[in-house]
Design a protein around this ligand. Sequence first.
Ligand code: SF4
Ligand code: SF4
Length: 104
Amino acid sequence: MKKETWTELAIGALNLQAGNSVSNLTGTWRSGRKPEFIEDNCIQCFFCWLYCPHFAVRVEEGKVTGFNYDYCTGCGLCAEECPTKEKAIVMVKEETKIIEEGKK
Ligand code: SF4
Ligand code: SF4
């Protein structure tokens, strides 16, 4: 996806590409932490799926199975709302690699 510079954005930052949420990888906003799923503690209440603002909670065959990090921003809402005593979601530190232009 081509990123627009500020001079190319529509006035008022209007989104003129309706339906672009699939190509907009919101996971690129994540910095510093990400959710980790602990399956043994999960009671399949789906609160995490309900509260996630980016539909980044993976559901397979009717069960929560983890996260889609392409879209997860690391906001931590899922971990906050997970109701189990022993949390089924914990936020962990994530290593981020900053590659300076021209260096590899
Ligand atoms: S950290 Fe935020 S964006 Fe990521 S899965 Fe949890 S609620 Fe969704
Ligand atoms: S909120 Fe916690 S217990 Fe409920 S489905 Fe999600 S991970 Fe499982």
